[in-house]
Design a protein around this ligand. Structure first.
Ligand code: PHE
Length: 455
């Protein structure tokens, strides 16, 4: 009865689009290029691809197996699959983590709204680079406009969520993900024509393996988790909307391929532009906001209109990709409140909105009036990012891989992964996938986790 009421995604493509919508986001456009820049370009990308295949993909499958097996939210899933145990209390952690992430994520989403408006009015044209940098720092330090933008961003996510899984999440990602690919392709092609762009290409494809050290490996693994939305229940909850007929391996591989492709295209687009402008590739989190407006608007040469339009497309891409991820982060909390607290979807969304809006406002103010408040040496925004991406995500991923590898019955895991033994290819790779989930994932996450605390 209960299952009949639950919404399902409309088919294989809809599932991949929704999951890719969650995966593709600020992580690909904002985090990936600056991390690759800081950690030696191609060498970082090489480790990132290996980590995505052998670590992140198995964890993705573990989350999918729990979600689809239970057809429930994170807490309900643990209670259904391990009734009367403490697992469900641990799952609360993976409900809180995405709410922390979406709070500060929405602040960055808000910045992209302001930057989109600025690029629509061609405000960056012929402004010297130093001024563009100071424009950014004084903008994020001002109290009101960033909070207004954060409100618009989070409010838009909430409106999409209120419409439900099929008419909200599915519809939105079905049109936005293909558009994102077209936009990033256009931006990439333009960036490749900029003078000096080839230095950026070389940086991205020529690996210097001597650069690979433990810090690079950790950063690449952490980024691969972040990018695939792992460890915070998002993939679990989205998989709970997947019907029993679908092939979990196909949706997992499909999502990972889209995400990787997008990250690489965004990485090339940003890096060629950055090199062309003579900006240092390791400029850190401000890279896209401080240098790209300058790159697109000042490198225009004879065609300022074209580069102005490219700047607009660039901020549209950031905004739309952040929205599809923001929606998926909020859905974890909404699904919990609807199913466990029996709230109506609208009320649940409003509750999640209010909580994350307040934390987001504090994160935004931590660049200005509240910058004096330091937690472990970071402002509140930095602390929320640090605690979630270095600590909570790894802990959640550990929890999910241990649950599938050690708590669930092997026969149930097999049944879910192979659709009752009917998917021949999945039957053949089950052993390897199970081994990666049961032994390799917990071991490697344990290492990431410890070094995240110790480094
Ligand atoms: N994967 C998203 C990105 O790359 C971020 C995210 C993390 C979304 C965790 C959902 C859950 O931007």
């Amino acid at each position: 009865m209960e299952e009949a009421k639950r919404e399902h995604f409309g088919g294989r493509l809809a599932i991949i689009m929704a999951m890719a919508g969650s995966a593709i986001g600020l992580g690909n456009i904002w985090r990936f290029p600056y991390l690759a820049g800081e950690h030696g370009g191609a060498a970082f990308i090489f480790v990132y691809i290996i980590a995505s295949l052998f670590l992140s993909l198995p964890i993705f499958l573990a989350e999918s197996i729990i979600g689809r097996r239970s057809h429930a939210n994170t807490y309900g899933a643990m209670e259904k699959l391990a009734p009367g145990t403490k697992w469900k209390w641990m799952s609360i952690l993976t409900i809180i983590a995405p709410l922390i992430i979406v709070s500060y994520y929405s602040v960055v989403g808000g910045w992209s709204i302001e930057y989109l408006l600025k690029s629509l009015t061609f405000s960056f044209n012929n402004v010297p680079r130093a001024e563009i940098s100071s424009m950014f720092s004084s903008f994020i330090a001002s109290p009101w406009i960033p909070i207004a933008c954060h409100t618009v961003f989070l409010g838009t996510c909430a409106v999409i969520l209120t419409a439900g899984v099929k008419s909200g999440i599915e519809k939105f990602s079905n049109w936005s993900v293909p558009i994102l690919f077209i936009l990033i392709l256009v931006i990439l092609l333009y960036s490749l024509t900029l003078p000096g762009a080839m230095d950026g290409v070389e940086y991205m494809i020529k690996p210097d393996f001597s650069k690979i050290d433990s810090k690079v490996i950790l950063a690449a693994m952490g980024q691969s988790f972040y990018s695939l939305s792992l460890g915070v229940g998002t993939i679990l909850v989205y998989s709970s909307y997947v019907s029993k007929k679908e092939n979990l391996l196909v949706s997992g591989v499909g999502t990972a391929v889209f995400d990787l492709l997008f990250a690489i295209m965004a990485g090339f687009a940003v890096m060629t532009a950055v090199f062309s402008a003579g900006v240092k590739p390791g400029a850190g989190p401000g890279l896209i906001f401080e240098s790209l407006p300058y790159v697109f608007s000042t490198m225009a040469g004879s065609a300022p209109i074209i580069s102005g339009i490219i700047a607009i497309l660039f901020f549209v891409t950031i905004l739309v990709s952040a929205l599809t991820s923001g929606v998926s982060l909020m859905e974890v909390g909404v699904a919990y409140l609807v199913e466990e607290k029996k709230m109506r979807r609208g009320v649940a969304t409003l509750s999640v909105f209010i909580g994350t809006w307040i934390l987001g406002c504090l994160c935004s103010l931590s660049f200005g009036p509240m910058s004096g408040l330091k937690i472990f040496g970071e402002n509140l925004f930095g602390f929320c990012d640090w605690i979630s991406s270095n600590f909570l995500m790894a802990l959640g991923a550990l929890l999910f891989s241990l649950f599938v590898g050690w708590k669930m019955k092997k026969s149930d895991v097999y049944d879910e992964f192979t659709n009752g033994g009917t998917l021949r290819f999945n039957v053949r790779c089950f052993k390897a996938v199970y081994f990666l989930i049961r032994y390799i994932a917990p071991l490697v996450i344990g290492i990431i986790f410890l070094s995240g605390i110790l480094l």
